[in-house]
Design a protein around this ligand. Structure first.
Ligand SMILES: *Cc1c(COP(=O)(O)O)cnc(C)c1O
Length: 358
């Protein structure tokens, strides 16, 4: 009698597989499926990578001390309020694992970031999804109403991936005022650099709302998606818990040095982000002019809601034009904003297919 082979935990076996943004297959392919920066790495980043490479035989600094110091000064928070990890997705995994026992609930909007249900289920916690409003925004009153005895975490994604909509200052504060103190509110700000410059900086809310935690990343506006570094800004107790749950050495020395270098080039980062924002506004206005319904976006992508039939045909039309976009079953298509020529190719597809307008 053969013995049974090792079995995955049911929670793991049942996980949806992460659908990675597809890779480009030729030089002519426009890779607009993953919200990456289309700019080449910053010169200072490339120099830092080269310089750090010759220490690859050594373990990195476990807690990214230099980066911690720099980010603390930049944001005006204590170093003890920061915890770094391999991308903000990595930090979020630590966070859910650190707060949730099996059966505890994590509330998030849907549709929102693909990683939320995966990380929640992986931790043995229970995802509680709250549908977006008709105008593709978080329904904060409904999210508040969904909070129960087992709720440990509420995830807010602003701007929301994939719809691009953001949560307003007044509604965020109103929400925070009503969430029970024992429930952690995580504000995922992966795209904050593409929002309005005069937007509220939620760092200023941390002292007033000890149950607030911000998640930020170097992957998008700073162009370090391939190096994996993100962080949480929170109360010292929570940040300490996140440092304890980090997979040891999961932020490499190269990633840390690259992030430090990016912080030395903030003017250039801002200039690049502004270029993306200008292109986003141009593309959305042109798409609307063509008759497409597009919600306002505060991120480096825009959203076309579409049922399955329209979505499938739309993704095929983009494929035929060698443009990789991200289709979501049931909900629609997300398209990353890139250089003007790629964006023009996107608009040409939209102009050529009025029959695919939902
Ligand atoms: C891209 C993205 C992140 C950042 O992921 P990293 O792990 O830091 O690369 C986090 N949240 C959302 C909503 C994103 O779209």
């Amino acid at each position: 009698m053969s013995q049974p082979l090792p079995q995955l935990r049911p929670a793991v076996a049942a996980l949806p597989s992460y659908i990675a943004g597809r890779r480009s297959s030729s030089d002519n392919t426009a890779p607009l499926a993953s919200n990456e920066s289309h700019f080449a790495p910053l010169p200072a980043v490339l120099a830092a990578i080269t310089q750090t490479g010759n220490r690859a035989n050594r373990y990195p600094d476990m807690f990214s001390s230099e980066l911690t110091q720099r980010v603390a000064e930049w944001l005006g928070v204590g170093p003890d309020q920061l915890a770094f990890g391999p991308g903000s997705v990595g930090v979020l995994a630590q966070l859910i694992g650190a707060l949730c026992d099996p059966g505890d609930e994590v509330i998030f909007a849907w549709r929102s970031f693909e990683a939320y249900p995966i990380l929640t289920n992986l931790a043995g916690a229970v995802p509680v999804t709250v549908p977006l409003t008709a105008d593709e925004r978080h329904d904060l009153p409904a999210m508040l109403a969904a909070i129960g005895d087992r709720t440990k975490v509420v995830l807010l994604c602003s701007p929301n991936n994939p719809t691009g909509t953001s949560i307003g200052e007044a509604e965020l504060i109103d929400f925070l005022n009503q969430v029970p103190a024992g429930v952690l509110v995580v504000l995922d700000e992966a795209y904050r650099e593409f929002g309005p410059a005069d937007a509220l900086n939620p760092v200023t809310l941390l002292s007033r709302y000890p149950n607030l935690c911000l998640l930020r990343t170097f992957s998008k506006a700073y162009g370090l998606a391939g190096l994996r570094v993100g962080y949480a800004v929170a109360q010292p107790e929570l940040a300490d818990g996140l440092r304890k749950t980090q997979v040891p050495f999961s932020v490499s020395a190269v990633a840390e040095a690259a992030a430090v270098a990016a912080l030395s080039s903030l003017d250039e980062v801002a200039r690049r982000s502004a270029e993306v924002v200008a292109e986003r506004e141009r593309v959305i206005a042109a798409a609307r002019e063509l008759g497409w319904t597009v919600p306002d976006s505060a991120a480096n992508f825009f959203w076309l809601r579409a049922d399955d039939a329209h979505r499938t045909a739309l993704v095929e039309a983009f494929d035929a034009a060698e443009i990789l976009v991200r289709g979501y079953p049931v909900d629609g298509v997300r398209i990353t904003i890139a250089d003007p020529a790629s964006n023009d190719r996107v608009l040409a597809v939209l102009a050529a297919h009025p029959e695919l307008r939902p």
